[in-house]
Design a protein around this ligand. Structure first.
Ligand SMILES: [Zn+2]
Length: 327
């Protein structure tokens, strides 16, 4: 079952999270594979999307925010758009639109950034957002501070956290057809020595330099985690192997109904609203061409059908309908 583990390093302003998506990730891949129009993801796309799903869970779980965290990559390669969305209660969904073929073994730069126009955006969309209220969004290019293309998603998100949130973050991500997983280590923001010495979390003998060294040591340990270990080992084993010399305080793992799990929030009402936005002429012209309107959800594959009667009802104000016409 998919799970999220949170922990802190006793006495240090450093926290960590480990996520392993198994059933939730397999469900996303299974639904895509059974979509007749798209077929399964090519392995490099699945790997990127799995890493995005794991990263989005880690980012969402690290903030206090009532709404959706949406991690998005807009690309200028075969992957035009990849999206991973995680709700505050860790319900998640993910999808990618791919045009053309994807060569085996290609990495981030070839998938989404061959022309240097790729972007990574993180959006915080509050629950029950009012019309006109804009969600918060931060965007970074897929190149490092010197302009060289970044080679993996973890590097992109580390840079985002540093630039947009001023948070030192170390991230290790990996995904295959069975598991999408990630380890995040983050230095907690601290404001000066006075603040630190009052915190019960922090040992009194720690100085600024010492804290810096502590974070670096833990970050180096985290980076030593190999892809096969992250994908193949359970959370307890990974944490013991990496941090056996550190004093780890672990929170109860989140899984099942409290953990990361696949769910899609799409509904017939939303598709109806989208058709209304399209306008009556456009909707009727699709009806004339195709007999009925079919809209498939990119995230879960669910199909919504609207026939001529449905469409007429959409565009007819309720007050003008004869009695008994409202269902
Ligand atoms: Zn859906």
């Amino acid at each position: 079952m998919s799970e999220l583990h949170k922990f802190i390093f006793d006495g240090l302003p450093v926290r960590g999270q480990l996520v392993r998506l198994t059933d939730a990730w397999q469900e996303i891949l299974r639904r895509r594979a059974s979509n007749n129009q798209t077929g399964a993801y090519a392995p490099p796309v699945a790997e990127l999307l799995g890493e995005m799903a794991a990263a989005a869970v880690l980012l969402q779980a690290g903030i206090k925010f009532d709404g959706a965290l949406v991690l998005q990559i807009q690309g200028d390669g075969p992957v035009k758009l990849a999206v991973a969305e995680v709700q505050a209660d860790l319900r998640l969904r993910a999808t990618a639109s791919v045009i053309g073929s994807v060569a085996p073994g290609v990495r981030l730069a070839e998938l989404v950034n061959p022309g240097g126009q790729g972007r990574c955006a993180i959006t915080l969309d509050p629950r029950g957002r009012q019309e006109g209220q804009r969600p918060y969004q931060g965007v970074v290019p897929l190149v490092d501070e010197g302009g060289a293309p970044l080679t993996d998603l973890a590097g992109v998100i580390e840079q985002y956290m540093r630039q947009s949130e001023q948070l030192d973050t170390t991230l290790v991500l990996a995904a295959d057809e069975q598991v999408a997983a990630g380890l995040l280590i983050q230095r907690l923001p601290v404001q000066g020595e006075a603040n630190l010495s009052q915190s019960s979390l922090v040992r009194e003998d720690e100085t600024g330099q010492q804290l810096e060294d502590d974070y670096r040591r833990i970050a180096i340990l985290a980076r030593s985690l190999k892809r096969e270990e992250l994908l193949g080992l359970d959370a307890d084993t990974v944490l013991r192997r990496l941090f056996w010399e550190e004093s780890l305080l672990r929170f109860p793992p989140q899984s099942g109904g409290d953990g990361p799990r696949f769910a899609c929030g799409c509904s017939r009402e939303r598709v109806a609203a989208m058709l209304k936005g399209l306008g009556r002429d456009e909707a009727e012209s699709i009806l004339r061409e195709q007999g009925r309107i079919e809209v498939g959800c990119d995230f879960c594959g669910r199909q919504q059908h609207f026939d001529a009667v449905d469409v007429a009802r959409l565009f007819t104000p309720l007050v003008q309908q004869p009695p008994g016409a409202v269902q």
